[in-house]
Design a protein around this ligand. Structure first.
Ligand SMILES: [Zn+2]
Ligand SMILES: [Zn+2]
Length: 562
């Protein structure tokens, strides 16, 4: 290898530890370390959120587990944000206080972060260092250089991390698009230059590794949108990812060429357009109406851009489809375009909205039948082009579920990478100075953001919620006198159970009678021991309900003596 000479033979170890993102698409957080413990210094790349599934009732957002780096106080030099997607920077507001580290981001990402923090009333004074695209900076021995990419948001960056002459390329999220509409193309020339020096490790996006071919360019999608919108005679509604400013520019262009005024609806779309205007990605003179102006614009002169492409329950499109939006009311023959893809897990909610719209005779166009969306992640041909330019010695897949990471390993082997290395969340590996090897499996569990509180995924409250949701709850309060006789009627609360059994008798009456029977049948000594009484009645209620319902509800019994 050309660069062997400049590399120190006795270089200190260089580590890689993903805390999120290498096992799911979301929650990206990667650590790079230099030097032996306990003196290892670390840098963090990205700090994103993930989305919880139905297994965690009441919880929408999951966060990476940062306990490993929290135990190394003062050793974390900086947090570098590759771009402003929620899965890369969405956890900053939740975790920054615990991380207490300077942040490095380009201006679009930094502005968006500030905007979000203000919007949510978080008055944290987070030090954000704005760095230029294509620039280079140092954090102690780490040299970090930003490399331009195309993706689906302004200013996405790969990071070239150089330590002791070793080159690690952290790809961030990327695709190859020769007509990106906005920003520069993925800098393959720069990758070729790195290859001349030698790229020791490529840590690479795996999202679309199952997909053959090359993604559609953003420009083609824009032209398709334009053609389709021109033909529509009624009102046009478009939903897309609010962060995709290139797409929004295409939608704006399509609206203008069809002489339509643009109405915006949804907090995220307003936030992104505000920041895009401030950072020069959208002309500050571009005029948008708000949804309160809906009635001012004739249907065939209106194009509405709104949030909700993923069927989010509170988003504008969901409320429009449910006819509960306070301002936007669609009519028959209006056309809704989904310039987006449905993220796995959101399929049911999105289908519900589409069917709901269709029922109202509103047309729905999506990328199933129309080429009006393209992904921001590389398909196999694009990954191949990236490899061709960079010629990495080894590849570590990231940004994927295990199935994506493993497929990426297969792909790399087929390509001819000798030892691609699988690293999942919590696996601490040594990258250099020798060949890549696993050092330790760190205890790594994601954290749930439950309201404003962070809890473990094994928290008892979640287990209880699951049981309550499935089986309902019965609460009974008894008052007995010193002779063990019921002093008054028991107070019974029943939540989440059917009102009547299949025998037609009310569940309430069944429980009331059962409590009488329990009190009558139990010897006095056992009744006067209130703990014993409570447990006996509780078990009796659950068993009785099981014989009627086939399910055992949660049950709490509390007795007092007068
Ligand atoms: Zn992204
Ligand atoms: Zn991402």
């Amino acid at each position: 290898m050309k660069n062997d000479i400049k590399k120190k033979k006795n270089s200190k170890p260089i580590y890689y530890l993903p805390l999120g993102g290498a096992g799911e698409i979301g929650m990206n957080m990667y650590l790079y370390g230099y030097g032996k413990e306990p003196d290892t210094k670390w840098i963090m790349v990205d700090c994103g959120i993930g989305f919880a599934d139905d297994h965690y009732p009441g919880v929408d957002i999951i966060l990476p587990d940062i306990s490993f780096i929290k135990r190394r106080k003062g050793k974390l030099l900086g947090l570098i944000l590759t771009h402003a997607h929620e899965d890369h920077f969405g956890a900053v507001s939740s975790l920054w206080k615990e991380l207490d580290v300077p942040i490095y981001a380009t201006s679009f990402t930094a502005e968006l972060l500030k905007e979000k923090l203000n919007e949510f009333g978080e008055e944290q004074k987070i030090p954000i260092n704005i760095i230029k695209q294509n620039s280079k900076f140092n954090l102690d021995e780490f040299s970090v250089e930003l490399i331009n990419l195309t993706h689906s948001i302004p200013e996405p960056n790969a990071l070239l991390i150089t330590i002791d002459g070793f080159n690690i390329l952290h790809s961030g999220d990327w695709k190859i698009d020769n007509d990106p509409i906005l920003g520069e193309k993925t800098d393959l020339d720069k990758l070729k230059k790195i290859s001349e020096e030698g790229c020791d490790v490529l840590v690479c996006d795996s999202t679309n590794i199952f997909r053959d071919g090359t993604s559609l360019s953003e420009k083609e999608v824009g032209l398709n949108l334009n053609k389709i919108i021109k033909k529509i005679k009624s009102r046009v509604v478009v939903t897309t990812f609010s962060s995709n400013i290139a797409r929004i520019k295409s939608i704006i262009a399509a609206a203008r060429s069809s002489n339509r005024e643009i109405i915006l609806s949804g907090r995220a779309i307003h936030r992104f357009i505000k920041v895009a205007k401030k950072t020069g990605y959208i002309d500050p003179k571009e005029h948008f109406y708000d949804h309160v102006d809906f009635k001012k614009i004739k249907a065939n002169k209106a194009l509405i851009i709104l949030t909700g492409s993923q069927g989010e329950s509170r988003a504008a499109l969901t409320r429009v489809a449910n006819k509960t939006h306070p301002h936007l009311k669609l009519a028959e023959n209006d056309v809704v375009l989904f310039s987006s893809k449905t993220i796995p897990g959101n399929d049911k909610s999105v289908s519900y909205i589409k069917n709901n719209l269709l029922e109202q005779n509103i047309s729905v166009l999506d990328d199933d039948g129309y080429p009006i969306h393209t992904s921001g992640h590389p398909r196999r041909n694009e990954v191949k082009l990236f490899y061709d330019a960079l010629k990495p010695t080894t590849v570590i897949p990231m940004h994927g579920e295990l199935r994506h990471l493993k497929e990426h390993i297969n792909f790399a082997k087929e390509y001819g990478i000798l030892n691609p290395f699988l690293v999942t969340n919590g696996n601490l590996v040594e990258l250099m100075p020798n060949s890549v090897k696993l050092i330790e499996k760190i205890k790594n569990n994601f954290i749930l953001r439950d309201g404003n509180i962070h809890i473990s995924k094994d928290d008892n409250s979640i287990k209880e919620r699951r049981r309550l949701a499935e089986n309902g709850v019965i609460v009974a309060s008894l008052v007995i006198d010193k002779n063990g006789v019921l002093y008054s009627d028991p107070v019974i609360e029943i939540i989440g159970l059917p009102e009547f059994g299949s025998n037609g008798i009310s569940i309430y009456d069944t429980i009331e009678d059962l409590i009488d029977d329990c009190i009558d049948g139990l010897p006095k000594a056992r009744k006067l021991d209130l703990n014993n009484l409570n447990e006996y009645v509780r078990k009796s209620i659950r068993n009785k309900i099981y014989t009627i319902w086939g399910k055992k509800p949660e049950c709490k019994v509390a007795s007092t003596m007068v």
